[in-house]
Design a protein around this ligand. Structure first.
Ligand code: AMP
Length: 397
């Protein structure tokens, strides 16, 4: 059993770093509450134990202190509904009001603090600021995987002010870390990594790290064309990072040396402009006419990738196969989501992470048909790049 599950929070004030960085519309309504819902089991366990909860989070990227748009007070109503209990709000995360409201909390009560990033000290990882926050609770719980790759005051620096038995991960963070560990260290082979999205430069480190672990790497999305051009293909106006052609060749060579199969899309859905209403057609990915660009993988590539996915026992997916935001160019991403779901149903362990691939599995209705959907985009990427995440390291230290 984990430290969190074993800990009894009775009569304790748990200071929880959550990731409530949710999108709000211009009426300050939450348009996607996934991140809030993800933290509810942790909060409920503490309340059920007879503890009280102090929630701290950031929201957006406020530049100059308190800003209406980024106030966490907009979340209070929805949080109350999800928890089925009253949520108090402190309009500052430190200072007299926060101290007094936290001090008065009774077992079963919940307090939400104002946006941590209204203080520049948060992102700077200021020690004095972290210490002030730490005084609000008896126990520190980090349940914010989405910010675990940041060495901020509330995500990492604060941990040192709690003894080891009083600092721990929440249930969400435990799940994230356990799922990621399973893929990185206990992966059953064949292990396929499906890497897509726009830029090679963003994904070089993850590909390099996975070369030591995966048996197959599928490369799709806009980044595939840099590889195809590097191999001498004609890619028309497709996305290409010309300064990464050599990097792409180096990665292909390393893969060969290590016996990892790299799969590039054999054909593409091409368009005459980057537009939802563009004219479209299909072409071999290495023979795209001038004036046309590859915006999705086409039928043969879908089949080629599906076959690899179907024979895999471990699947890691980060990044879409095409411009899935446009209906004409979402077929490839949908086909891959379907293949991952089918492989999962046959017993593979699958993890999907990274903002856009998560949006895609949600949009296409496959979120509950994969083994794990990660809530942390950047954090997940850095984890699979093999980096130690400050938010995890600080609690474990
Ligand atoms: P990333 O944030 O790097 O995972 O990239 C995700 C973005 O890549 C999405 O917004 C997609 O629309 C975009 N994308 C995927 N495939 C292509 C492509 N072939 N050409 C241009 N953009 C693409």
């Amino acid at each position: 059993m984990s430290q969190f599950s074993q800990h009894s929070f009775a009569n304790q004030k748990a200071l929880i770093r959550v990731d409530f960085n949710v999108p709000l519309n211009d009426k300050y309504e939450i348009t996607d509450d996934t991140r809030i819902r993800a933290a509810i089991p942790t909060i409920k366990k503490i309340l059920a134990d007879g503890g009280s909860v102090i929630l701290m989070s950031h929201l957006g990227r406020p530049k100059d202190g308190p800003t209406e748009k980024y106030s966490l007070k907009h979340l209070v109503g929805h949080l109350q509904q999800l928890l089925g209990t009253t949520v108090e709000f402190a309009d500052d995360c430190i200072g007299e009001q926060a101290v007094s409201k936290a001090g008065q909390l009774k077992p079963g009560q919940v307090l939400l603090l104002e946006n941590l990033r209204f203080y520049k000290e948060e992102e700077k990882g200021d020690k004095a600021f972290a210490e002030k926050l730490s005084k609000l609770g008896d126990v520190y719980v980090n349940d914010a995987f989405g910010t675990a790759h940041r060495a901020h005051a509330s995500t990492a620096v604060i941990a040192q002010f709690f003894p080891k038995e009083k600092r721990m991960f929440g249930l969400l963070m435990e799940n994230e870390v356990n799922s990621a560990e399973k893929v990185l260290h206990e992966a059953q082979k064949p292990f396929v990594a499906i890497i897509g999205g726009a830029k090679v430069s963003d994904k070089i480190l993850i590909i390099e790290n996975l070369l030591d672990r995966a048996t197959d790497i599928i490369i799709g999305g806009g980044m595939a064309y840099t590889f195809i051009k590097a191999e001498g293909g004609k890619i028309g106006n497709s996305l290409c990072e010309n300064d990464r052609l050599q990097t792409a060749l180096d990665l292909l060579k390393k893969a060969e040396e290590k016996g990892v199969s790299i799969h590039l899309p054999s054909d593409s859905i091409i368009a005459d402009k980057f537009d939802a209403n563009a004219n479209d057609s299909a072409a071999p990915s290495n023979n795209i006419p001038d004036g046309w660009m590859g915006l999705d993988i086409a039928e043969n590539a879908c089949e080629q990738f599906t076959n690899v996915i179907h024979k895999s026992k471990t699947i890691l997916w980060n990044g879409p196969m095409g411009v899935f935001e446009m209906a004409k160019f979402q077929h490839g991403t949908k086909a891959i989501a379907k293949a991952v779901a089918e492989a999962t149903a046959k017993g593979a362990f699958s993890i999907v992470g990274g903002g856009d691939s998560v949006a895609a599995v949600n949009q296409f209705g496959y979120a509950d048909k994969v083994s794990y959907v990660s809530t942390g985009g950047g954090a997940m990427l850095e984890y699979f790049e093999g980096k130690e995440l400050p938010g995890i390291a600080a609690v474990k230290a």
